[in-house]
Design a protein around this ligand. Structure first.
Ligand SMILES: NC(=O)c1ccc[n+]([C@@H]2O[C@H](COP(=O)([O-])OP(=O)(O)OC[C@H]3O[C@@H](n4cnc5c(N)ncnc54)[C@H](OP(=O)(O)O)[C@@H]3O)[C@@H](O)[C@H]2O)c1
Length: 225
């Protein structure tokens, strides 16, 4: 499958590498596709190093190229930059497609632990869906660390939970299949329409505090019923 990933940070690189290993072709989108030598954030490699491990099945392109070439598109851009990145990707390149939205509305501008720049009665997932009405936005994977996202089996044999929110039932059915087949997620809870992204985005303050308390990002939520 051809998969477009918007985002060149640790999430885009990690999921892109996992998808390439699983046999998919990936275009990783960035504003600066010709600048592959620079490290992309503290925990991510340069895109040149990323490309090397993809054995020809990965490519670095613009956001528009990643959106156009992806049969499915993943949004792994910063929360604050997500709408701008999607505008660069272009509605025409995204229309009719599933957009798996992994982004969180984190505001780092005040220093210390980030706060949420939208919450409670709105969410970033809803803002994306409202502006890109022709896109099937499915919010998912935003409640766990990227290493767990791509390999849930590392923790408790994979017996823990990931959430989905979106307006299109068929798109969510497909996304549940992608989450299982690409990464091994077995407990995928469909929370309902895109307004339910408020709940998963608002898990972030708890996630961040757990990260500090436990001293590791290698944990996840499990819904016991
Ligand atoms: N890190 C995790 O484990 C984790 C877990 C769950 C969810 N998330 C969420 O996943 C997303 C990606 O996280 P990350 O740590 O990989 O990277 P990040 O540093 O949050 O985002 C990097 C990407 O955002 C793009 N970007 C930033 N500002 C932009 C702007 N104004 N216009 C257009 N694009 C812009 C960058 O574009 P360029 O490539 O052009 O620089 C880059 O591709 C975030 O929303 C984060 O909250 C992360």
């Amino acid at each position: 499958m051809n998969i477009g990933i918007l985002g060149s940070g640790m999430v885009g690189q990690n999921l892109g590498a996992a998808l390439v290993r699983a046999g998919h072709r990936v275009v990783l989108g960035t504003r600066t596709p010709h600048n592959v030598d620079e490290a992309r954030g503290p925990a991510s490699k340069s895109l040149g190093d990323w490309l090397e491990q993809t054995a020809g099945r990965g490519r670095v392109g613009t956001f528009a190229e990643a959106a156009a070439e992806g049969e499915v598109v993943l949004n792994a851009t910063s929360g604050a930059g997500a709408l701008d990145a999607l505008r660069l990707a272009g509605a025409a390149n995204l229309d009719g497609k599933i957009l798996m939205d992994l982004s969180n509305p984190l505001d780092f501008s005040r220093g210390g632990l980030p706060t949420l720049f939208v919450c409670n009665d709105d969410s970033l997932g809803e803002r994306i869906q409202a502006e890109f009405a022709g896109v099937k936005v499915v919010k998912t994977l935003n409640t766990t660390n990227t290493s767990v996202m791509s390999d849930p089996g590392q923790l408790a044999g994979g017996d823990h939970t990931i959430f989905m929110s979106g307006n299109d039932a068929e798109a969510k059915r497909q996304v549940a299949g992608y989450l299982r087949d690409w990464f091994g997620w077995t407990d995928v809870i469909d929370l309902g329409d895109i307004t339910t992204a408020r709940g998963t985005e608002m898990l972030l303050p708890l996630w961040l505090r757990l990260y500090m308390t436990l001293g590791t990002p290698m944990f996840n939520f499990k819904v016991v019923r």
